[in-house]
Design a protein around this ligand. Structure first.
Ligand SMILES: [Zn+2]
Length: 326
């Protein structure tokens, strides 16, 4: 299975609860364990500023590009501004775009290193899932920056990579897209972005009494009580997935946040590692059985021990590999 990844996702943001080294730790662990091979990793290109403008406002993009954010902007983003930070997250957004194009068969295997060759390729019914080029499940060892709004970044999310990738797919002809967000935090930026777009079904299952305070309505929001365990989470997920699939999406994005974990510093749910793996399997099986392209992004993960976050993300990708035809 192909994974999209760059060592440049390890961005220097100073001492921070967000461990940007987790991306390289996950990649290295997957290589060491043999879940992926040395030839499976695809280095992305940065999202172009015009791709970012499919979601984000010109004023916000100018501030990010030029470093003219106000102290309030930076405080809301909760990341220090630097060129490296902006470029790192622009690259990560490009990674989600690239994973989506590959999953939907809009880039051929031999073009995966240069997606710009495929700008005229347009999605047509039946093209996804065909043996020609669609890889069906593609993991991005990055992404899931669901707190970014069109006109501002917040909560460690400068650009909303999944929203931008969904807009890119729409521009290539996809009519129905679903986003399944199982990070412990509500996907506020994503819900807001697609509030008025019935072509994109946004589903967020999260801890209700946690950041963000304001939770714009998505297509399906499930707010779980503090301390919810595996059984509650999995039961609610089993009820939610048929509603997602009833949208008949032509591509599903899955934000597989590691932060519903019981020992997460920013989460208040009580899922075990085994419960999180069963969560991943439920999503992957539902989408795979329907023959729909699936793009997996990592999203949050702030366990007290970074090894736990890494193990949870690795398990997600392992489940995707197990479900993929070799
Ligand atoms: Zn989160």
């Amino acid at each position: 299975m192909k994974v999209v990844y760059s060592a440049r996702y390890q961005i220097d943001i100073g001492p921070h609860v967000f461990p940007t080294r987790k991306y390289s730790l996950v990649h290295d662990a997957l290589l060491t364990s043999g879940v992926i091979g040395p030839g499976d990793s695809i280095e992305p290109e940065p999202a172009s500023w015009s791709d970012l403008a499919l979601v984000h406002t010109p004023d916000y993009l100018a501030k990010m590009r030029d470093g003219t954010m106000s102290p309030e902007d930076t405080a809301q983003l909760e990341l220090p501004w630097s060129t490296e930070m902006v470029e790192g997250f622009r690259l990560m957004t490009g990674g989600t775009i690239q994973a989506a194009l590959i999953a939907c068969g809009l880039v051929h295997d031999d073009q995966t290193q240069n997606p710009r060759n495929t700008q005229n390729q347009v999605f047509s019914a039946g093209s996804a899932g065909s043996a020609s080029s669609a890889l069906n499940v593609v993991c991005h060892i990055g992404g899931g920056l669901h707190h970014a709004f069109p006109n501002h970044g917040e909560g460690f999310c400068p650009f909303n990579d999944v929203a931008v990738a969904a807009r890119v797919l729409q521009a290539r002809g996809l009519e129905r897209i679903a986003i399944v967000d199982l990070d412990v935090h509500h996907g506020n930026g994503t819900a807001f972005t697609f509030e008025a777009d019935p072509r994109v079904f946004t589903c967020s299952m999260h801890q209700q009494h946690n950041y963000p305070m304001w939770k714009p309505r998505g297509s399906l929001d499930i707010g779980l009580p503090d301390g919810a365990h595996d059984a509650t989470f999995l039961r609610e997920l089993e009820r939610a997935l048929p509603a997602v699939m009833a949208h008949a999406p032509q591509c599903v994005f899955y934000l597989a946040g590691a932060d519903p974990y019981e020992d997460d510093q920013l989460g208040g749910l009580r899922l075990t590692k085994d419960g999180l793996r069963r969560r991943d399997r439920l999503v992957i099986d539902a989408v795979r059985e329907a023959g729909i392209p699936l793009v997996i992004t990592l999203a949050g993960g702030y366990a007290r021990r970074v090894e736990d976050t890494v193990a949870i993300h690795c398990a997600t990708i392992e489940e995707a590999v197990l479900a993929s035809p070799s």
